[in-house]
Design a binder for this molecule. Sequence first.
Ligand code: XMP
Length: 323
Amino acid sequence: SWTTGSVIEEQVAAIREQVGDRRAICGLSGGVDSAVAAALVQKAIGSQLTCVYVDHGLMRKGETEQVEKDFVAATGVQLKVVDAEERFLKALAGVSDPEEKRKIIGREFIRVFEQAQAEIIADQGPAVEFLVQGTLYPDVVESGGGTGTANIKSHHNVGGLPEDLEFKLIEPLRKLFKDEVRMVGQELGLPEEIVQRQPFPGPGLGIRIVGEVTKERLDLLREADAIAREELTAAGLDRDIWQCPVVLLADVRSVGVQGDGRTYGHPIVLRPVSSEDAMTADWSRLPYEVLARISTRITNEVKDVNRVVLDVTSKPPGTIEWE
Ligand code: XMP
């Protein structure tokens, strides 16, 4: 019968067998899947695993610290953090088109991650043969069930590296569904905030600013988002909603009155949705008192925001994210 304990034991044994005395690398995104996969592999092979976390500057408030401090404290994992904020902001400067933003963020991410991998390999030698991935059962089914290897092209001039590196994949979550992954994570002692985390897109807040992405706008959105999350958690609504994107309409301004004068600021959109799998979604009927608290706090506490609006569109026709 299925127990989290037996899944962990079985995977730990299999990973030890597979890796032997060689080494593995794992990219952490801050999400549940990569965190649980990394924790499992860490349990199996300890310091033979190195994790890489790319800080692209598009994370929400406190998320990078959660990985750097809480995740490391809970697992004892070796972590390489790459601060790439400046690089991402530079690449995104002047870009407003959503697809263009996604392309740039994806491209920069791969470059930074590959460079970090190359540095680890240059450091530790050719024994780094494995790449850990948080592939879940639904991903396996969707992609036709293939398994195997990943190619990493190394175009970054770190001395002594082969032109084209091939990693063998470790995918310890391949037989699990999301709720089972959360149970395994809990059993492994991961922090609640990581195990119960709601979905968050890879391109982060970069696709929650309608308009150009700048440091100033990111900081502003981070504040508004933190307030919304804090109030939703305080109201005990985290399990009822699937996720709640908070979006800054940076290209829109509206007139307001705040303190003793006229303002001309930006709107913040709240997009709380309920869903089973993100393919379809309904807008969440949040209690008015909670919406009122979020609205009051955001307009009081976040500079340049003078209006909070609620998105009451289902998916379809609206997507969950605005970009
Ligand atoms: P949409 O906006 O398409 O989103 O209704 C469906 C779900 O996917 C998430 N999402 C992403 N996740 N990289 C990700 O890892 C992405 O580029 C991305 N875009 C959207 C979104 O948050 C929602 O849960």
